[in-house]
Design a protein around this ligand. Structure first.
Ligand SMILES: *Cc1c(COP(=O)(O)O)cnc(C)c1O
Length: 421
């Protein structure tokens, strides 16, 4: 459920007509709904009610400071994957003890930054990383709290680019070697083992892979405790999928996911962490664009938009489907026709949808890509020197630009000219 609905024939973001924002900000732009963000965060928080837990929002999904502040105010922790994200989380007022640091390639500099600034735990993904973290912590006279990310070798049944829990993926330590690596970790004086971490992929639409992974984690918890490790915290990763189409089979709900977690791991007396990203932000954001031209091709019509693959790369990168809806509500029973929906970038990959059935549209009309809140703005670029699109946050009847569109001069002046030119 989200708060982007037609009212009086016009698409609204909460209480604000989307066309009004377009008039003020220009297109294309991302627009987020505070109520939707908050609702989705709370669904996770409530799904784990009754067990000691922390929901660490995976901020790589959408990391604008205003989004982070909105979630932090609800008690969210943050899952960060870079020094930049760590700095963003701290700048949004999130204390170190609510930040977990994930990622396969943390640098020594990033480790130092988080150790000095305060960190809940590092999710360590390899033995060399473990050795490096130990050295950095000792050099600062500190002990780094860690979990080891185990790779449970389960098939997440999602797009290959976002599956992370199979043995051929680059992530984590093979679960079969976990006891050995935990023993090594326990011998390092700069580390304090606090638990286990697992994350098997993104956009999972079935609970079964989670069940398989969590059952393996439960079993491993018992073995590691028997080996003498104080396993008191389990980080269960993110990955719950969202409905990108309304006709689609509905993915499991956070409540069902929470119940699965309690069933598989609730008896262990551990503090539980989850790291949802997509489900918190995905349906809380839309990308609004204007139709520039309607072009008739051979056997097909092209709807050429002012948004492009640099603004929303998911269709080009993951073959992702996004619902595209007109901002002015189509008349009831309006006839639909197939369009190839494309952007202006000089690549055939700059195609959002092929033969998409849409109601009649004309140049100057506004359309919205739904479910664009996660992995949208954060993955945008300035390819073709198209300025980064602005981000707008709506809260009831108010809206604010939370990232402005840079001017051409700002873009050009980021480059510097060597003295020989
Ligand atoms: C990407 C990622 C997440 C979030 O995944 P979603 O599918 O957005 O919920 C959580 N944890 C880790 C370690 C990740 O890499």
């Amino acid at each position: 459920m989200d708060h982007f609905l037609y009212r009086g024939g016009a698409l609204h973001a909460e209480d604000v007509p989307v066309a009004e924002i377009a008039a003020a900000v220009g297109t294309p732009f991302y627009c987020y709904s505070t109520a939707t963000l908050s609702r989705h965060f709370r669904l996770f928080d409530e799904a784990l009610e009754g067990v000691d837990h922390l929901v660490c929002y995976a901020m790589k999904a959408a990391s604008n400071q205003a989004i982070l502040k909105t979630l932090a105010a609800l008690g969210a922790g943050m899952d960060v994957v870079s020094g930049g994200e760590y700095a963003r989380a701290r700048a949004a007022g999130v204390p170190g003890e609510r930040i977990v640091f994930s990622g396969v390639g943390k640098t020594r500099e990033e480790m130092r930054q988080a150790l000095e600034g305060g960190i809940r735990q590092f999710n360590v993904e390899s033995e060399p990383e473990m050795v490096a973290l130990n050295e950095v912590a000792l050099s600062l006279g500190l002990r780094a709290p860690i979990t080891l990310r185990v790779n449970p070798d389960v098939d997440a049944k999602t797009h290959a680019k976002i599956a992370t829990g199979k043995s051929e993926n680059k992530f984590g330590i093979p679960i079969a070697r976990a006891r050995e690596v935990y023993a090594e970790a326990a011998a390092l004086k700069g580390l304090e083992v606090v638990g286990i971490d697992v994350h098997i992929g993104s956009q999972l639409t079935d609970l079964e892979p989670f069940r398989q992974a969590y059952e393996k984690v439960a079993e491993l918890t018992g073995m590691l405790r028997a080996d003498g490790h104080d396993i008191r915290r389990l980080d269960l990763g993110g990955g719950l999928g969202i409905p990108y189409t309304r006709s689609n089979e509905a993915p499991p709900l956070p409540t069902e996911y929470g119940q699965l977690i309690k069933d598989t791991l609730g008896h262990l007396g551990c503090e539980l962490e989850i790291e949802p990203g997509r489900l918190v932000a995905g349906n809380a954001g839309i990308l609004v664009s204007e139709v520039i031209y309607l072009k008739s091709g051979e056997g097909r019509d092209f709807l050429i938009l002012d948004a492009a693959m640099n603004d929303l790369i998911r269709p080009a990168m993951y073959d992702a489907y996004h619902d595209i809806v007109p901002v002015r509500e189509p008349a009831p029973g309006a006839e639909q026709a197939p369009y190839d929906v494309v952007g202006p970038v000089c690549e055939s990959g700059d195609t959002f949808a092929r033969a998409r059935m849409l109601p009649p549209l004309a140049a100057g009309d506004l359309v919205a890509f739904r479910s664009a809140g996660a992995y949208g703005a954060v993955m945008s670029s300035e390819y073709n020197t198209r300025p980064l699109v602005p981000e707008v946050l709506v809260h009831e009847h108010q809206f604010a630009v939370i990232r402005a569109r840079p001017s051409f001069d700002e873009i050009i002046n980021r480059d510097t000219i060597p003295e020989w030119l």
